[in-house]
Design a protein around this ligand. Structure first.
Ligand code: SF4
Length: 225
């Protein structure tokens, strides 16, 4: 239970690892259902869905992949896709020219270099065109259970900054700050929890600080009105 003692000053002063651990403990109480919301049945589908999820909602991606994954089943199918047709199929996810090109080119590399399979190391996944650490972390952790880092999406970036877990804006630097602060066994969990908290409570505009279970130690609590 969180008790607020003031409107602007956090009651608790927690820094670094203590703040990170308290964040995980508290968020687990309210977002125990936090988990990846993209639909997939294999590593390739997760890779494609994550690539499509940039700048859109998981709901939109799931609506698109429902039919997309019936049409294209293997990396070879995507590698040989007609680009314009692929663009039409994914258009509602936005930025579809780039996304279609990256999906096709990545799958061509999967076929040529990795036997049609999604590789299992950060280094190899980062070779795929248009794939950065966020996507690589999501795929490695959720498809293979390999935790190599912390996926920094827009919610993780915003919430960790507000909580004072990072001062950086660059996703790779934010990831490094979080990896230095959060114990490795919690890297995957804190990602899901921060994403859910960012969607439900610590929203970009008008965060619901009064309802937030972190408001007694968050340095940004009640600073938005
Ligand atoms: S909702 Fe408010 S109190 Fe909660 S983490 Fe976001 S800024 Fe901090």
């Amino acid at each position: 239970m969180v008790i607020m003692s003031g409107k602007t000053k956090p009651a608790l002063k927690l820094d670094g690892q203590a703040a990170a651990l308290k964040t995980i403990e508290r968020l687990e109480e309210v977002h125990s259902d936090a988990k990846i919301a993209l639909n997939y049945t294999n590593p390739l589908q997760l890779l494609i869905a994550t690539m499509l999820s940039a700048q859109t909602t998981d709901k939109t991606v799931n609506a698109v992949t429902k039919t997309l994954f019936e049409k294209y089943k293997t990396a070879e199918d995507f590698a040989n896709a007609h680009l314009k047709e692929l663009e039409r199929s994914i258009k509602s996810t936005g930025f579809y020219h780039n996304k279609a090109k990256n999906v096709k080119n990545s799958c061509q590399m999967l076929v040529k270099k990795f036997g049609g399979r999604v590789p299992r190391t950060m280094e190899e996944i980062l070779e795929l065109p248009g794939v950065a650490r966020k996507t690589a972390n999501i795929v490695l952790a959720n498809a293979y259970g390999i935790v190599a880092g912390i996926a920094v999406d827009t919610h993780v970036r915003r919430v960790s900054k507000r909580l004072g877990l990072t001062d950086n804006l660059n996703p790779d630097k934010i990831e490094k700050d979080l990896m230095d602060t959060v114990p490795k066994k919690e890297w995957m969990r804190i990602t899901d929890l921060l994403i859910f908290h960012g969607r439900r409570i610590c929203t970009a505009k008008h965060p619901k600080c009064a309802e937030c279970v972190l408001n007694d130690f968050c340095p940004s609590a009640f600073t938005f009105d």
